[in-house]
Ligand binder design. Structure first.
Ligand SMILES: [Fe+2]
Length: 359
């Protein structure tokens, strides 16, 4: 059985303290979702034109088989009032043994299990009223991201490993608490930049050592900070450095951005990265104090940890929770990630189908 932390939460319910909902599919619902996913896979993958509309139709069909309690949970997530939704009871997509060494990225991308997990993510995002999308400056503009030790530096060297391995969580670097970039805005495009993702959905193709994914809900921190500090975090006195994961030559450092903004959907929206953000030196003292208090509150918070497998998925609200990762111990740990936009978000669209936006 998949080891699940916080098992005191009943199925299809919200843990109010943690702001994390648990949506549990029964075996019939899981088989039906699997069938819908396989049906999509016969027509292509997440990059295929037409899949976007078909994923939305599949979600509508699945919704007809869900209970009122499940509906209430999905609605709670869709309206922005949850930090995350754990989805359990999903079918495994592959019974194949884990290979002895990690495939190269092009080999990963053509695997049927990877394509199916990407398509299943699209349907699950549609269930909570989100559109799967990609940025032009990230992941080569592709919707499905394979999060694995593809750059080397892990405990076991890759056959193609370069001599100058980039620092990553696979090469001994823990990823501190962050929301996903870009960091310019959260709801409406600004100055030529689309908003940060509303959500990211993760599952594990392989997670042999059952290494958890960690997240920090921000609502308790915002409450604890109080109005003065929160107002200071809404001022544009913050800066960030460019993300290493962006396509070479794209993306840039940012100045004069806020960390917190009011959002009528969900109440607030945060953009933050503990190792990329800093307060500008010209900022008023009150803003510097608010920034220190925010960081200290994050440091004090014990993250929620969840161990992913093929039969589970984690939808993280990227404006309401930070996520982080310890140093990855196992070279084979492979997560599949897709970004989602809530329906009210207004990005700069490069292509509608598949949905590609300017970062
Ligand atoms: Fe991340």
């Amino acid at each position: 059985m998949n080891p699940i932390h916080q098992r005191n939460v009943p199925p299809n319910a919200i843990n109010p303290r943690e702001e994390i909902g648990h949506l549990v599919l029964d075996p019939q619902q899981a088989s039906y979702l699997d069938l819908l996913t396989q049906d999509l896979a016969h027509s292509g993958d997440s990059q295929t034109p037409g899949i976007r509309a078909r994923a939305a139709t599949a979600a509508t069909q699945l919704k007809l088989r869900m209970t009122r309690e499940q509906d209430a949970l999905m609605y709670a997530y869709a309206r922005g009032s949850l930090s995350a939704l754990v989805v359990e009871g999903l079918s495994n997509v592959s019974a194949d043994p884990i290979p002895s060494s990690l495939p190269a990225l092009p080999d990963f991308e053509i695997r049927q299990d990877v394509r199916r997990l990407g398509l299943r993510h699209q349907i699950l995002l549609e269930l909570v009223a989100h559109d799967a999308f990609a940025y032009d400056l990230d992941n080569e503009g592709k919707i499905v991201r394979i999060v694995a030790n593809l750059k080397g530096g892990g405990s076991v060297s890759l056959p193609w490993e370069p001599s100058d391995v980039e620092q990553s969580s696979h090469s001994g670097l823990a990823l501190g608490p962050h929301t996903e970039a870009p960091y310019w805005c959260a709801v409406e495009a600004q100055n030529g930049h689309s908003p940060s993702p509303s959500a990211l959905i993760l599952t594990a193709l392989w997670n042999p050592q059952q290494e958890p994914t960690a997240l920090i809900p921000l609502a308790p921190i915002i409450k604890e900070l109080g109005i003065d500090h929160c107002l200071a975090l809404t001022t544009p006195w913050f800066q960030f450095t460019r993300s290493d994961s962006f396509v070479k030559g794209m993306g840039e450092d940012g100045k004069n951005v806020s960390i917190l903004s009011f959002d009528e959907h969900g109440g607030f929206a945060v953009r933050f990265n503990v190792y990329r953000f800093s307060v500008m030196k010209e900022a008023p003292q009150s803003v510097k104090e608010a920034y220190d208090a925010f960081r200290a509150a994050i440091d004090r918070t014990q993250p929620f940890r969840y161990t992913l497998s093929q039969s589970t998925a984690l939808i993280i609200n990227n404006t309401r929770a930070l996520h982080c990762r310890d140093v990855v111990r196992d070279n084979m740990r492979t997560l599949i990630r897709v970004f989602g936009y809530a329906k009210h978000v207004k990005p700069i669209i490069c292509s509608h189908d598949p949905l590609l936006v300017r970062g």
